[in-house]
Design a protein. Structure first.
Length: 106
């Protein structure tokens, strides 16, 4: 026997599945955690608690560009990974509910 919430998910997910996998939505799922990680890393780099890293950063201006590119890469990767992970979790839940529904009918 399915609950009302599970039945609503079963009815809603086939329609949402295509829109969830496309576009910017999948990146927006992982964006908050990615930005939190990048901000924490940048704070650690620029606070100056490690004087040697600060010296390297100030002596060579291209290192700053590399740090920014790495930050952008982290944000993109985390957004993509978290979006795919969330989609896979919803898809697995949908398949499990379908199996549960077919088991209760037979």
């Amino acid at each position: 026997m399915l609950t009302a919430e599970e039945q609503q998910f079963l009815n809603d997910w086939p329609r949402r599945r295509t829109t969830y996998k496309k576009g910017l939505r999948k990146y927006l799922v992982g964006l908050p955690i990615a930005i939190t990680i990048v901000v924490a890393l940048l704070v650690n780099v620029f606070v100056g608690w490690y004087s040697r890293a600060e010296a390297v950063l100030r002596s060579n201006s291209s290192v700053f560009i590399v740090v920014l590119l790495a930050a952008a890469g982290i944000i993109i990767f985390m957004g993509e990974f978290a979006g795919r992970y969330k989609y896979d979790q919803y898809e697995q839940r949908y398949q499990e509910l379908l199996a549960k529904q077919s088991a209760t009918k037979s």
